[in-house]
Ligand binder design. Sequence first.
Ligand SMILES: C[S@@+](CC[C@H](N)C(=O)[O-])C[C@H]1O[C@@H](n2cnc3c(N)ncnc32)[C@H](O)[C@@H]1O
Length: 358
Amino acid sequence: MNSLLIYCRSGYEADTAGELTALTSEAGIYGYPVFTPDQGFILFHFYEQGDADRLGQRLAVADTIFPRQIVVVTAHLEDLDKTNRAGPVLAAISDADTDEWKNTLLFVEHADTEAGKALAKFCRKFTVPLRQGLRKQGALTYKEKEDGRALHVFFTDYDNCFVGHSYPAMRSPFANGICRLKFPPKAPSRSTLKLEEAILTMLNDEERREIFREGARAVDLGACPGGWTYQLVIREMGVEAIDNGAIDEELMATGLVDHYAADGFTYKPKFGRVDLLVCDMIERPDRVAVLMSEWLEKGWADHAIFNLKLPMKKRYDTVTAAIGEIQSRLGKKAGGFRMKVRHLYHNRDEVTVTVIKA
Ligand SMILES: C[S@@+](CC[C@H](N)C(=O)[O-])C[C@H]1O[C@@H](n2cnc3c(N)ncnc32)[C@H](O)[C@@H]1O
């Protein structure tokens, strides 16, 4: 096969397909997406032999918006024999082996849909004999390592699967491309997990160290009840929390939070500037984009992390328009920021944007 298998949130297939179509044509590589709505993944078929693998080696999931995982497909196995599913999978992996790469990880996965989740236990069980078989035939290292190729076996039901691989630094490190997090019991809202996932997966170690320092300051626009503020406070930042709503009392008791019942669109930082601006207001993406650009442009904040809410149909177009707006407003300064946009696992109809001063 000469295709990429791309996991996404169920309902986001068209957005993922639109994004891949744009990315591939920008790169001068041509193909077409195939998907069924709500299946939680798409296939992208290429015309030129080898293009799927070439793109798989240079398209990082972290640099895309909607994909959760990107797998270079090497085989589509249909109507597997229930008494020996592993045999054809082992053979397909052996056929696709190269001397160039060692396979150092194995993921047996499924779509993030109700039907897919029903396969979770089966996938876990299937992993054990498959791993043994792969190691025995020398197709998987005994030690799990991040720096090799990862093998993916993606079941669409008990009898059909895609087999493929992903490359280090390009793939999501998480099974099914899902970053699972435990809800912190003291956080005032589940929204807290969106910012936690963004901090853990969209920033690198150096950026985290630079931004989240004791004594650093942040503004949280649309802060209540305080899930995002909570993430900043546990990282010892002082926070100006802006919202007409009520904020969690335990957060206020930390002494690190000042709550102002004000409009996020007219609020100015109390001491002229802050290190980080975060914003989770439910507002039109174009309005949020303009507001974020103004803060960064005026130097009111060095860095920004914010969500763009996407209740509309053309989500990919809306996101690219908002990002384009930010880039054009920042003008020459845009090069001084590293920008990422991700549809995170804990997001719903929204994406998270990080704009970090380089
Ligand atoms: C999705 S909630 C934020 C949840 C919060 N991030 C958390 O983790 O708990 C959106 C919040 O934005 C606030 N909001 C909406 N428009 C606003 C505005 N113009 N100025 C300030 N807050 C606003 C709402 O009052 C609401 O509390």
